[in-house]
Design a protein around this ligand. Structure first.
Ligand SMILES: NC(=O)c1ccc[n+]([C@@H]2O[C@H](COP(=O)([O-])OP(=O)(O)OC[C@H]3O[C@@H](n4cnc5c(N)ncnc54)[C@H](OP(=O)(O)O)[C@@H]3O)[C@@H](O)[C@H]2O)c1
Length: 210
């Protein structure tokens, strides 16, 4: 099976570090975000999509498959958040819908599309502590992380989906608190690659300190 990784959300921290890590491990890598980027490596391509719209997912997998084949690793690192301040019920419904799509529905679509194309895929979702902690100002993000943790655990528990593996990754700081702005891209990239090379499904909710 070819080593092909798709990284949804290619920001300067986790996304870029992960792209570099998988490239250096011999993978062909497609990154995805709304902003066009040029690449100068034959093994790296950047594709544009707005992940607030889940219908963009299948065409991304079509493009990667036509170019290289079915991905063996998928990292879903994009996210959406609408600020609600002190009133967690104040998000306009269209904004709530868009963030839920970016945080959950497109991620689910990516897991589903990748599994259909390669039942050995390793799927990683960049989470945080909001699947177990409620912070009222971050409700739109927290709803999406919580929902994604749920279907990821379900996919990890479902024997009929093996040998595919599904993980929700939650980095904490050394004190065990949410990493927040101290998020460590390199540590995420190392963990994604390590788990990708591990053929057994491990505990799907991975909380690690870095
Ligand atoms: N463990 C923790 O405490 C912790 C801390 C921080 C972050 N995180 C998680 O880590 C992940 C990445 O965070 P980060 O801070 O590294 O983000 P970042 O650097 O801002 O990167 C996010 C990427 O997602 C893309 N993106 C955002 N919305 C998109 C959309 N609608 N469609 C397509 N692409 C989109 C952005 O590119 P464009 O804007 O060009 O589309 C960017 O490439 C998130 O899931 C976040 O929740 C966890």
């Amino acid at each position: 099976m070819s080593k092909i990784a798709v990284i949804f959300g290619s920001g300067a921290r986790i996304g870029q570090a992960s792209a570099k890590k998988f490239l250096s491990a011999g993978y062909k890598v497609a990154t995805v975000s709304r902003t066009p980027q040029t690449t100068s490596d034959d093994d790296l391509v950047h594709l544009t999509a707005d992940l607030q719209d889940p219908s963009t997912i299948e065409p991304i997998f079509d493009q990667v498959q036509q170019r290289w084949g079915a991905p063996s690793v998928v990292v879903y690192n994009a996210y959406g958040m609408y600020p609600t301040g002190g009133n967690p019920l104040s998000a306009p419904i269209n904004e709530f819908t868009k963030t839920l799509s970016a945080n959950t529905i497109s991620a689910y679509a990516a897991a589903s599309a990748s599994y259909k194309r390669n039942n050995q895929v390793a799927f990683f979702y960049t989470g945080n502590a909001l699947n177990t902690t409620v912070m009222p100002t971050l409700v739109t993000l927290g709803v999406g992380k919580t929902a994604s943790a749920h279907w990821i655990e379900a996919a990890a528990k479902s024997e009929q989906l093996r040998p595919a593996r599904f993980y929700y990754i939650d980095q904490r700081n050394q004190a065990g608190a949410p990493a927040g702005n101290a998020v460590n891209g390199e540590a995420h990239a190392d963990l994604f690659l390590k788990l990708a090379e591990q053929k057994e499904q491990g505990e799907p909710i991975v909380v690690f300190k870095a």
